[in-house]
Design a protein around this ligand. Structure first.
Ligand SMILES: [Fe+2]
Length: 274
């Protein structure tokens, strides 16, 4: 058996996985090791991967069953569970902090990105540790957030196809603090543009509060910024992080990432001892 190493890459979150070729079938102990490593480190980096779409989907399913993405026009025609992140088809980098697809009852446990074409500079992806953000809040604010929920839908992006809006636009309520189903810890959980409001608050007050939380909670010490190399696979644990893209690259160069999201549990807050 190949020796696998989990090497932390940042003081707050993120680990490189050394000794795994995601293009080959992985045994159960390896899959369990990776599942636990994701829960512990919240972002996993695999360098030097060379994957076909089918191999990539098989590797992604280590972390859960791949699920449909709601901007279906960007999905790979022959492999619709892979979304293409690519500015040349009109997409804008998602530069606002967020977690993916909160408009689903069971949002993705993880978002997985594969670097296929990488610009010579810039274009990174940052991941923020929302487990650390929760722990750093004052106790009274933690208690307040534990009593609140958000109502989520699609965010009115002009690119949304009517059939996607019909399938994925129904309001879904989620707790603002969720317990990680593997790790047992709590994290702050919301998507500022998919949450139309917070329970008991107006839409305007909700947005202002979420903006204020992002400004206070996301600090340089709890953010891992991934600088892409071709062949990287980045796995992001959506249950306890937020992420954003950086649009600071030359648009005459290509930046192509393949994205897979994998089904998670319905977010819930578990009180008391885990
Ligand atoms: Fe995202």
């Amino acid at each position: 058996m190949t020796r696998i190493r989990v090497v932390p890459i940042h003081p707050s979150l993120g680990a490189e996985i050394v000794g795994v070729d995601l293009g080959t079938p992985l045994d159960d102990p390896t899959r369990q090791l990776l599942t636990q490593a994701l829960a512990d480190h919240l972002a996993l980096v695999f360098h030097g991967q060379s994957l076909t779409p089918a191999q990539y989907l098989a590797a992604a399913s280590i972390f859960g069953p791949p699920m449909e993405q709601h901007y279906s026009q960007h999905n790979m025609p022959d492999f619709p569970l892979i979304g293409l992140i690519w500015h040349r088809n009109g997409q804008q980098p998602a530069e606002q902090w967020h977690t993916d697809h909160t408009n689903r009852e069971c949002p993705p446990a993880a978002t997985i990105l594969y670097g296929v074409e990488i610009p010579s500079a810039g274009g990174g992806t940052s991941v923020a540790n929302m487990r650390a953000a929760y722990a750093a809040l004052p106790a009274d604010e933690r208690r307040r957030l534990e009593s609140l929920t958000t109502f989520n839908g699609l965010d009115g992006h002009p690119d949304t196809r009517p059939e996607d809006a019909e399938k994925y636009g129904k309001p879904v309520e989620h707790p603002m603090i969720r317990t990680h189903p593997v790790h047992g810890s709590k994290a702050v959980y919301f998507h500022i543009s998919k949450a139309s409001r917070i329970s008991g608050m107006t839409s305007e007050a909700s947005k202002a509060y979420m903006r204020d939380l992002l400004d206070r909670m996301i600090t340089p010490g709890t953010v891992y910024r991934h600088a892409w190399r071709k062949g990287d696979v980045l796995v992001i644990d959506n249950r306890a992080t937020m992420h954003r893209a950086h649009g600071d690259y030359d648009r005459s160069e290509s930046r192509v990432l393949w994205r897979v999201i994998v089904q998670g549990d319905r977010p819930r807050l578990v009180q008391g001892n885990w």
